[in-house]
Design a protein around this ligand. Structure first.
Ligand SMILES: Cc1cc2nc3c(=O)[nH]c(=O)nc-3n(C[C@H](O)[C@H](O)[C@H](O)COP(=O)(O)OP(=O)(O)OC[C@H]3O[C@@H](n4cnc5c(N)ncnc54)[C@H](O)[C@@H]3O)c2cc1C
Length: 437
């Protein structure tokens, strides 16, 4: 198996638990892929601040299965959004959506109250439109922004609710994002009661949530886990149906395998797959699949910043979400998630966190100035969840016998998320076990 992200670890565990011999090869020095821990200034932080919802059932199940209790591993917050604008008074949110429960009547009344500047008729139309968005399945896909307009969502609501929400769950702006995928997420999170709608903020560094315990269990079950080993070429003798796969690594080493799960991200997968005609459709799909970046700015303050709410939305500034890291054991640190970080890209590393800190201090002057900061940018954080994405997603079975794909880019219902990665890992392992009982 190649790739010890959450998809690869999930697949490897399923196979090892079924008694299959597993050899997992990972390029990074730590497992976890795009959801891993890293150390900055002797503090355990992450390569990117992550947030889950209670509806991520398979992810929570995998975490539980490696011996971590999700109830203590996450700080759970009832579904709700408080968005702050730099021009607002200190601590006065510019937009609030905090239903008492995620059930339709409470959601509807919270939504009705959330844009008071509009006439009752406009608010009612927006409300009926939003109810249809949650309950009427889409026949044809279209950009989220067009869907919102069809469903009579006023511009202010689009800017203050739907734009940040769509960016948070899809990492793609509303004018491009697939309404079908967005609807899948909304329906999963909001149509299944308070548990599913809870926002779950990791209360530990990501490595401790799943990747470290998963690797320990794999080794305890006799699996071999090689870290820091990048596979550069994959070979197979196409003239022999039972020929083994040969995996060559950067250091000149070679491993052989009778069967293979490639749990690598789309760009790495494309570079490893052969250029034979049978693979053309897969290659075309992977090539057409765009990627989107996410940056996380970490700011360390001279004083503990523990008295803040667990999640605050940011409107009209660098970044969309502010999360204090004290819930994950770092009381002096704040994390700011920036989904569309294009304006930060030309800046130096130092200027990036300073720019974000300045804009944050305008909204929350009581914070003062941080003593240091870091910006962690993942250029290929997620696939681009555009309207045409589903056309390009390859299936887990491949033209090669006994070779399967796994990863957050494969599943047909969700955007690139931990839940998509875990579901895909389970599906590939399931196909493998079907073929190799
Ligand atoms: C900054 C950021 C914020 C995010 N926020 C959220 C969030 O809030 N909620 C959420 O649900 N999701 C979030 N995501 C998305 C989530 O992290 C990913 O969907 C998920 O981690 C993908 O897992 P994966 O196993 O499919 O792929 P990956 O994690 O990419 O795993 C693939 C693995 O393959 C390895 N690999 C690649 N090439 C080779 C090779 N040649 N040889 C050996 N190994 C190789 C890589 O090192 C990696 O470990 C975020 C992602 C980022 C980057």
């Amino acid at each position: 198996m190649v790739g010890a992200g959450w998809a690869g670890l999930t697949a490897a565990l399923a196979l090892a638990r079924a008694g299959k011999p597993v050899h997992l090869i990972e390029a990074g020095r730590t497992p976890g892929g795009r959801a891993r821990s890293l150390e900055l200034d002797q503090t355990a932080l992450d390569n990117g601040q992550h947030i889950l919802v209670g509806a991520c059932q398979q992810t929570l199940e995998q975490i539980r299965a490696v011996g971590i209790d999700p109830e203590s591993a996450f700080h759970a917050v009832p579904f709700g959004l408080r968005m702050f604008h730099p021009d607002g008074q200190t601590h006065a949110p510019a937009f609030v959506l905090e239903p008492r429960s995620p059930r339709l009547p409470a959601l509807a009344s919270a939504l009705y109250r959330s844009h008071p500047g509009h006439s009752p008729a406009i608010r009612l139309r927006a409300l009926i439109g939003a109810a249809a968005m949650l309950h009427r399945p889409l026949r044809h896909d279209l950009p989220v922004l067009d869907w919102l307009r069809q469903r009579h969502q006023p511009e202010a609501l689009v800017q203050r609710l739907w734009d940040p929400l769509c960016l948070a769950v899809m990492n793609t702006p509303t004018r491009l994002a697939s309404a079908r995928i967005f609807q899948n997420v909304l329906r999963r999170a909001l149509n299944h009661g308070p548990e599913a709608a809870r926002l779950l903020i990791p209360a530990r560094p990501l490595g401790e949530l799943f990747p470290d315990a998963a690797s320990r269990e794999l080794r305890a079950r006799g699996a071999r886990v090689d870290l820091g080993r990048r596979i550069t070429t994959l070979e197979r003798d196409a003239t022999r149906p039972d020929a083994p796969y040969r995996l060559h690594d950067r250091q000149g080493g070679t491993s052989t395998a009778r069967a293979l799960i490639l749990a690598t991200p789309p760009s790495a997968t494309a570079s490893l797959l052969p250029s034979e005609a049978a693979w053309d459709v897969t290659h075309q799909g992977l090539k057409a699949m765009g990627a989107r970046s996410i940056c996380t700015v970490y700011l360390r303050y001279p004083h503990p910043v523990t008295d803040r709410p667990p999640l605050q939305g940011l409107l009209g500034q660098h970044g969309q979400w502010l999360i204090p890291r004290h819930v994950a054991g770092a009381p002096h640190w704040l994390a700011i998630v920036i989904s569309a970080a294009d304006d930060l890209e030309p800046l130096t590393a130092d200027a990036r966190w300073r720019t974000v800190a300045r804009s944050l201090a305008r909204t929350f002057p009581e914070l003062g100035a941080p003593e240091t900061g870091h910006t962690v940018c993942e250029r290929r954080a997620t696939v681009d969840a555009r309207v045409d994405l589903d056309q390009h997603r390859p299936p887990p079975r491949t033209p090669w016998p006994d070779c399967y794909l796994a990863g957050d880019y494969l599943t047909h219902t969700l955007p690139s998320t931990l839940e998509a990665a875990v579901q895909s890992g389970l599906e590939s392992a399931h196909l493998f076990l079907e073929d190799h009982p």
